[in-house]
Design a protein around this ligand. Sequence first.
Ligand code: SF4
Ligand code: SF4
Length: 112
Amino acid sequence: MPFVITDACIDVKDKACVAACPVDCIYEGGRTLYIQPEECIDCGLCETVCPVDAIRADDELPPELSQWLAVNVEFFGPEVTGWGRPGGADKRYTTDKDHPVVAAWPARDPAA
Ligand code: SF4
Ligand code: SF4
């Protein structure tokens, strides 16, 4: 039951969750962050610090957010980074790439 990052993080990326994660399983892409689902230990700390409520447990995703589990999983697969299970986020595992769903997401209105 990994936690997943959803669309509310796109173009926010304040990284409060990165600082909170005890196993460094939250990785930085171009417009958002992604949780490596096999490395996540389900502690829930990241969810408590996210200022925009972007993080959810995968089994608590409402239908409108259901695609975000696959987005987080596929970011680490051959479709995007090919990183697999890197064993901890660091500079080598930071990229400006994004999952196609994130890359196509409309830009956030700065006035909103
Ligand atoms: S639930 Fe815990 S282990 Fe998983 S991403 Fe969040 S802080 Fe990291
Ligand atoms: S704390 Fe929330 S908004 Fe900040 S980087 Fe993490 S998921 Fe994105």
